[in-house]
Design a protein. Sequence first.
Length: 337
Amino acid sequence: MGVALPPHMRSTTLFACLVTLCLAGCEARSLRGPQGLSPVPRAASRAASAEAAPCPSFKAEPEDTSAQASAVTAEALAPAEPADALSLPHEEHLAPVDHLGRARVLRQEGDLAGALTEARRAVHDAGEDLDARETALDHLIPLARLTGQKQLAADAYEELAHLFPDGPGPLVQKARILLELGQTQSARQAAEAALLLDPEYPEVYQVLGRAHLADGQLALAIIRFQQAVHLDPYHGYALNNLGFARLLAGQNEAAVEALAQAAYLLPYEGFVHNNLGLAYERLGRYEEAAMAFDTALRLSPKNRRARLNHARLERQTHASAQVQAVSRERSREVDPG
């Protein structure tokens, strides 16, 4: 049975106990060091952070630093966003999955969207393996184009340009797709970057000329196409574009010369013969123009421009024949005496 203490002694004893506990706690803390501290409850750390936030000069206590470190760790453990639009993260399987094989099968079955998904998964699985990544991107690009995702194809060529920075080819291909998307300035920038890599590559000047042509800069376009033809005299497409640009600039004789060469080098391209027909028509060489339009329609029956040009030329020829007939009749009616 305990002995009852007077009130003044009870308060003195309680104070002594508190002092003893505090000293014991400090001693234990000094022996364990900072690594032995127990973690601060989340509510306490949030309260400390909330109190410290309004005052920029406040020096955080060790508890606040621990709370911030915990927050960073939580963010690091969160699922990462894809690094780009090409790579498609997916569930990991115990056995390796041939995503490119799946892509080929799905493409043969007509499931282009599914094939593109598998190709993007293959890009993700390739990681830092350059050969595997290149192969996956080579499969992805045509699928992206077939599904109408041209920007994705342009991004794939940009990735290839980073993987193989010494060659101008991927940048030229990227520029071509950007021209199809109407992004003329970006296409020109990509082509100019390719030009720095290889100033002797004809395709660089070809795509630069197309960019200038899209911007209506005929003089610059003609110069670039001439440079492409100078490097490759048998570049039929560059000759076609050179002739077309000259036709737009009113240089009809020079246009016929370039387009005739293009038609010789590309005998099965209907649009080249259509352009040649326009050049002949500008010079009044209507029979040759009609032959060129006929060839264009035979090669490309669905070529609307060639069909319209052919019909217009027929109307003009018929009208001209009628005028000539009327003129001959009137000359007969004139009395020379």
